[in-house]
Design a protein around this ligand. Structure first.
Ligand code: GRF
Length: 202
């Protein structure tokens, strides 16, 4: 039985686009579920509509608490039989409520080699620190910020003349690749979470 993969987004949606295309082309054995944005009018929602993927804006301001907002998203995700949630540039922290609803079934992409540079502006953090190598990480989401068990990582060089934009672009290419690969492994039942470690069953 194919798994259904849905997405939480907040903006541009290039990671969502890359994974959705890989599913549509049959490179990942899965079905695309839905896309939910916490921001209106973002490019990710346009891409979803172009691909005929059900797309929703769930406005956090319409709910009294974060958990109420997440409950509305969780209800929608379940209505569409979501097995895996991919947070692809979703810029809001998830509460333990949502994390538990989809325990070890939420994959995030982060633009740094975790545990270095968690949180926002990871590429700028890496540049400001002066590291020579940065990269990206996919991980399952736990209750912390970018702290869950790591699935895949890819390193990229940092050059002396890099700006936040040039480094971000170099990392983004690799983000798409490791996110596609991570979702594929999940959908093939090849990821086993054992404490902090994710074992890849080959
Ligand atoms: C990516 O760099 C992702 O790692 C970070 O936010 C950015 C989102 O880009 N969390 P996009 O919306 O997938 O194009």
């Amino acid at each position: 039985m194919k798994k259904t993969v849905s997405f939480l987004v907040s903006g541009r949606g290039s990671n969502f686009h890359a994974v959705a295309e890989a599913i549509i082309k049959g490179e990942i054995p899965a079905t695309v579920g839905i896309v939910i944005s916490d921001k209106p009018g973002v490019k990710a929602l346009d891409i979803a509509r172009e691909l005929s993927i059900p797309a929703f804006f769930v406005n956090p301001k319409e709910y009294p608490t974060r958990q109420d907002h997440e409950k509305a998203m969780a209800d929608l995700l379940k209505k569409y039989h979501t097995d895996l949630v991919v947070t692809a540039g979703y810029m809001r922290l998830l509460t333990p409520y949502f994390v538990n609803e989809f325990k070890n079934r939420i994959i995030n992409i982060h633009p740094a080699l975790l545990p270095s540079f968690p949180g926002t502006h990871a590429q700028k953090q890496a540049l400001d620190y002066g590291v020579k190598i940065s990269g990206c990480t996919t991980h399952f989401i736990d209750e912390g910020t970018d702290s869950g068990p790591i699935i895949l990582q890819k390193a990229v060089p940092v050059y002396d003349d890099d700006t936040e934009d040039t480094l971000s672009a170099r990392i983004l290419k690799e983000e798409h690749q490791i996110l596609i690969e991570s979702v594929k492994l999940f959908c093939q039942d090849k990821l086993k979470v054992n404490g902090r470690k994710v074992l890849i069953v080959r």
